[in-house]
Design a protein. Structure first.
Length: 485
């Protein structure tokens, strides 16, 4: 009997290891709470008090949502470091899930901007830690030559999108009938369910999930703790003295994330431990990083501009009943569930004939820009005059663009990574998402429903130009990738 046979006999969850059910469940509930809350967050910020909101300007509200989105992906870097150096992936995931739940409780129970501030900070930090660890724990369930690995990740990704589909539907229904805080409360209940389910099944996870790959020496704990406390104090003081405000938060997140990305590139490229081929591959990742940031700056406007558009410009009337604004956020997960398998089968069938990674990135960036241009025929339809099917078509284009770039980005970041910097390269990809998410909020501040054509034209056209340029320089970039496609 080989060492693999006991592992392969564990097929208790649709032919996969039973432990996958634990991760499937916690990620489904986490995405339920995450997207459920995000589906109603923007309108909560800018709706008037008579509608249960905080009455902020749309510009300020969009900036807060964008900064929050960037903060989530920026926090993945911190979460990955804590998992690798202090707690292990499994413990980091458990604690992060509890932090997320606490954040949703704060949004549900603490009124006003205080509740928003406390809640979003906790959710961003917790979600970052969860994102940084859940995928890696799924990988520990399989040996490197286990043929079930890809199917297991596909099943896990299905859980992600099931949560993303049901979350906005149910929180939006509660928000529109009995109030925002009940919607936030449902998100908290969802995360609590995920935490309970994970607690009952975490013992099934393999020992590898509890290992600390690069333990921080004990003597360094006081120093790291002191730096963490000092950092929190500095941030609090900057907020108290209004150096950091809600109005400039998105710009600060963009700046911090950009500096972190530059620092990562410098550290990796100047390291003496990488070979010339590895250094060339890191250089090849730079144009992909730029295209990814441009892509996410458009794509993440689903939670800002598309939400405002759905509230004010979309005809949401069905047989005399107006469905909640947040329901629009459930369209993309449906397309992801349907099309992710189609794309996986397509790449498998094409094999070596499929487009190279730079071309896929270019087409993805071009595609999301084209999606923005599709808004143009409807700019003159007036308030709540755009048909739902038009937005469905636009989000279909967004989804196709996402499938050309997002999973490919995670894959190529591991393939281009030097052996000593594999985790850091994945973190770099998430930093491109963080920059794009924060930029999306800053750009959304320029959106005016009364004068939409310039906004959609300029941003959509810019994304298309960036995509075309990347397609045109694909061969030189591919040469720098030194054998990686």
């Amino acid at each position: 009997m080989t060492s693999k046979e006991p592992e392969l006999r564990d097929r208790g969850f649709f032919g996969q290891p039973r432990a996958l059910a634990t991760l499937f469940g916690v990620e489904t509930w986490e995405r339920f709470s995450f997207y459920g809350m995000q589906g109603i967050l923007l309108i909560y910020l800018y709706y008037s008090a008579t509608k249960g909101g905080l009455g902020l300007s749309q510009t300020l509200a969009a900036g807060i949502v964008g900064a929050y989105g960037g903060g989530v992906y920026l926090a993945t870097v911190l979460g990955a470091w804590i998992a690798d150096r202090i707690l292990s992936s499994e413990r980091t995931l458990f604690i992060s899930a509890a932090v997320v739940m606490t954040g949703h409780i704060a949004l549900a129970l603490i009124p006003g901007l205080v509740g928003v501030g406390v809640g979003l900070i906790l959710i961003a930090v917790g979600s970052g830690g969860l994102k940084a660890t859940a995928t890696s724990i799924v990988g520990t369930l399989y040996s490197t030559d286990d043929t079930r690995r890809d199917a297991g990740f596909s099943l896990y990704y299905l859980g992600v999108n099931l949560g993303a589909f049901f979350g906005p539907l149910l929180t939006g229904l509660l928000q529109s009938t009995i109030g925002f805080h009940f919607g936030f409360g449902l998100a908290a209940i969802g995360m609590a369910a995920g935490l309970i389910q994970y607690s009952s099944g975490r013992k099934r996870l393999p020992d590898a999930a509890r290992e600390i790959p690069n333990p921080l020496p004990r003597r360094m704990f006081p120093l790291v703790g002191g730096i963490a406390v000092a950092g929190v104090i500095v941030v609090v003081l900057l907020v108290v003295f209004e150096v950091i405000t809600a109005a400039n938060l998105a710009i600060i997140v963009i700046g911090v994330t950009a500096l972190a990305a530059v620092a990562y590139f410098v550290v990796i490229l100047t390291s003496r431990s990488i070979t010339s081929d590895e250094r060339s591959r890191v250089v090849a990742f730079i144009p992909l990083f730029i295209a990814s940031a441009a892509f996410w700056s458009i794509y993440q406007q689903q939670f800002t501009v598309v939400t405002i558009y759905s509230d004010q410009r979309l005809d949401r009337n069905i047989l005399g009943w107006e469905f909640p604004v947040s329901w629009v956020q459930s369209i993309n997960p449906i397309f992801i569930i349907v099309l992710s398998g189609v794309f996986a089968a397509l790449w498998t069938r094409l094999g070596r004939r499929q487009p190279t990674t730079p071309v896929k990135f270019g087409l993805g960036t071009l595609g999301v820009g084209a999606g923005f241009l599709l808004f143009l025929p409807f700019v003159a339809t007036g308030r709540n005059g755009t048909p739902v099917l038009a937005l469905v078509l636009i989000l279909l284009v967004f989804t196709i663009a996402e499938l050309l770039l997002s999973p490919i980005g995670l894959s190529v970041s591991t393939k281009l990574a030097p052996a000593r910097f594999r985790t850091q390269m994945v973190a770099l990809f998430f930093l491109s998402v963080a920059i794009g998410s924060a930029v999306s909020g800053q750009l959304a501040a320029l959106y005016d429903p009364r004068n939409e054509a310039p906004y959609f034209s300029v941003l959509g056209g810019t994304a298309i130009v960036i995509g075309v340029i990347l397609v045109l320089v694909a061969k030189p970039v591919l040469a720098l990738m030194r054998g990686v496609r």
